[in-house]
Design a protein around this ligand. Structure first.
Ligand code: FAD
Length: 674
């Protein structure tokens, strides 16, 4: 990969120090104001990150840096640099997307990268973020992955690609039923031993594309897991049922008849039990208390979240770091449940192993061709799994890419990429909010879940992550961004996500890598997004917030006209160059249905065009779930596993001994009303 030239490096450093500038203030006991982003190595980390980007992107960024260098950008003072960037952004939309991304990334890295000497980021002292609280355990991990020899051919009944919510569940159920299962996971093997409660480390080792990626149009930042256990290892573990309207829609319009019947309750019950789902570990931190207070004033409906947590080891002090992996082991993702079932029943689990292609012989699946990359050396080995059933469960961002590389799945592959468009708003309160304590999502506000057509939005809390928060607070002016970050201790972040009517696409670039596009264009979705923003503002206002921060809009201050503030922001575009869209939920890009021109798989999960290839993840959702997708994904995966084997699952003995079934049943009853 090409390194930046010395001049390009100077431009990058100047860009970083424009986004996170050194400022002189009288009182600066922690050095927060005087410290520029480059003082914590942000430019070096960013330069390294750029070398991992596609060649075309590197070339474009290099040209942008060269252009700025010719104008002497790197030699100017802060105000001139800000003005030069504003001009560049106004002249070319591509430059605007690139510069805003670099600005956001600079803020993200500056506020999350730890100093190797202390293990802490020096900016944290300003806003009182305590950083890591729990040391990881040191005993041996439960699962030892199989490391393949170069050219190894493995024989199996079923090969499952992806170890997340969908793939992990299917692997566990089928291995327990006696199938010879192989799991291929492109993320690294991780376990509680690796979870040091550090955002930057966790992002770069456990998140899809290092946690810094967006749709190619710059409209949506994309967050997904990429590690053993997939999204369930890094997610915020709430378990929310799909509504009756969603289940009815999937049955009547997409042919998944049994989903609108007690049969689907059985699948949900099985996975809730295996995950030890409970409503007893949902402590409310500052942001959630504000959510309750605001909802009480406004009379809006909200519920305690059911979460997949082992109550015996749950610790609210550690729960606030859950996106960085859970060192307590209380998180009941597939890593600690279904993947263990698979492993205990003889499954081979390969990590750092990327499926390149699905192999097909005589119209039926015959296995997977994959590449193992040694995490220590970067050396690669080819590996083949021969199996008559292939489960594709790479997550909705990658499943279509594997199908497209294999030339299977039909015309709907990569269409209908739903993302549950999401946006967060910060309220600044009089007192410290301590959002890093307790679960990130302990309550669900469901007042607007159905705006009339079965579509609407949920309001929830957020993981406390100083880097991503700095990314969200990155403004056009670096001074304003720093002023906002200085208040982080008193901020509560609440977010909404929208059940979207219209999806984006997944295609392949010239290297066979997934390319994602998404525009919030459907007028119902635009209206839903606007309504979500308004609801967040009203909630914070009702809870007593003194100021509101949202995207690049000016700050709202108590006493100002809130509706006028909201009206004014509606001139901004939604997405690139305007207000942010985030997505932690991707679905639908290889969906199930009856029509092979509009869906990829039959209602059973098996492809329309190739026998023995099954879609096992959120890609299979016919439309977005409208609820956080893990529970629905796992229940559908449980259903697909039974279709593959033709056997109903008896709950395995190991699951019963690990699971408090009573709590799970209670949890199902208490889950937000369908
Ligand atoms: C930050 C965050 C918080 C979330 N919080 C919640 C929550 O509280 N509740 C909830 O219900 N949902 C939550 N979600 C969403 C939920 O985690 C996902 O919807 C769910 O994990 C998706 O399951 P999946 O099986 O489709 O894919 P994933 O769980 O993403 O698993 C896919 C796996 O496939 C691997 N893979 C991809 N391509 C290949 C390949 N070619 N070869 C081999 N392996 C490959 C990936 O590395 C990944 O590990 C959250 C998501 C995020 C990102």
């Amino acid at each position: 990969m090409a390194q930046l030239t010395p001049t390009q490096r100077e431009v990058l450093k100047a860009l970083v120090d424009t986004a996170v500038p050194a400022l002189q203030v009288d009182e600066d006991p922690t050095g927060f104001w005087a410290r520029p982003g480059s003082a914590v190595g942000t430019d070096e980390v960013l330069a390294q990150f750029l070398t991992t980007q596609p060649e075309a992107d590197q070339t474009a960024v290099g040209q942008l840096f060269d252009g700025l260098a010719q104008l002497g950008f790197q030699h100017q003072g802060r105000a001139t640099r800000e003005a030069m960037l504003a001009t560049a952004m106004a002249l070319a939309p591509e430059a605007a997307v690139a510069l805003l991304t670099l600005r956001g990334a600079s803020c993200l890295i500056a506020h999350s990268v730890p100093d190797p000497a202390t293990g802490r980021n020096p900016f944290w002292d300003q806003y009182g973020y305590p950083g890591p609280q729990i040391s990881p355990p040191t005993d041996a991990p439960y699962i030892t992955p199989h490391v393949p020899a170069d050219g190894e051919v493995i024989e199996a009944d079923v090969v499952v690609v992806g170890s997340g919510a969908g793939g992990g569940t299917i692997a566990g159920v089928l291995a327990t039923q006696g199938k010879r299962v192989v799991v291929l996971e492109m993320g690294r093997a991780t376990s509680e031993r690796d979870y040091r409660q550090l955002e930057f480390e966790a992002s770069t080792t456990m998140m899809y594309r290092s946690g810094l990626t967006s749709t190619v149009d710059g409209n949506v930042t994309l967050l997904a897991g990429s590690t053993l256990g997939g999204g369930t290892t890094i997610n915020w573990h709430n378990c929310i049922k799909p509504t009756a309207a969603v289940r009815r829609e999937w049955a009547t319009e997409h042919g998944l008849d049994d989903v609108d019947s007690p049969e689907f309750d059985r699948h949900m019950q099985a996975v809730l039990a295996r995950m030890s789902a409970t409503d007893q570990c949902s402590d409310l931190n500052g942001p959630h208390q504000r959510l309750v207070e605001g909802a009480a004033v406004l009379g809006w409906s909200h519920h305690v979240a059911v979460r997949n947590v082992d109550a015996a080891t749950y610790d609210p002090v550690a729960a606030g770091y859950t996106q960085f992996g859970d060192p307590t082991g209380s998180k009941r993702g597939t890593l600690n449940t279904y993947l263990r079932d698979a492993y205990d029943n003889g499954a081979l689990i390969l990590t750092s192993t990327r499926a390149d292609q699905v192999c097909v012989e005589d119209g039926r699946a015959s296995g997977i061709a994959a590449t193992y990359t040694d995490p220590a050396t970067g050396q690669t080995r080819s590996v083949q799994v021969r199996a008559t059933d292939v489960v594709v469960a790479c997550g909705a961002l990658e499943t279509p890419a594997l199908l497209l590389r294999s030339g299977i799945g039909g015309p709907a592959v990569g269409q209908n990429l739903y993302v549950h468009p999401s946006a967060g708003m910060f309220g600044v309160y009089a007192d410290e909010q301590k959002g890093w304590w307790g679960p990130p999502q302990a309550l669900i506000l469901d007042e607007f879940r159905d705006l009339g057509d079965g579509y609407g939005f949920l309001i929830e809390g957020s993981q406390y992550y100083t880097g991503v928060m700095a990314f969200q607070l990155a403004r056009r002016d670096g001074k304003q961004a720093k002023e906002a970050m200085a208040k982080l201790a008193r901020m509560s972040l609440l977010l909404f996500f929208l059940r979207d009517h219209e999806g984006g696409t997944v295609t392949l670039d010239e290297r066979g890598e997934a390319v994602h596009t998404y525009s919030l264009a459907d007028e119902r979705d635009v209206a839903g997004y606007r309504a979500g923003v308004r609801a967040l503002a009203k909630l914070h206002e009702a809870a007593g917030a003194e100021e509101l921060y949202f995207g690049p809009t000016p700050v709202w201050r108590r006493g100002e006209d809130l509706d006028a503030w909201l009206d004014a922001m509606e001139v901004l575009p939604i997405g690139a160059g305007g207000t942010l869209i985030g997505s932690a939920h991707q679905m639908g890009s290889a969906r199930m249905g009856t029509d092979p021109t509009r869906s990829v798989a039959q209602p059973t999960g098996e492809l329309h065009d190739v026998a023995g290839v099954w879609i096992g993840d959120t890609s299979a959702f016919p439309t977005p779930s409208g609820s956080n997708p893990m529970l629905t994904c796992m229940a559908l995966a449980h259903r697909t596993a039974e279709h593959i084997s033709g056997q109903r699952e008896d709950l395995p003995a190991a699951a019963l001994s690990l699971t408090d079934l009573d709590a799970a049943e209670k949890a199902l009853d208490n889950a937000p009303a369908a």
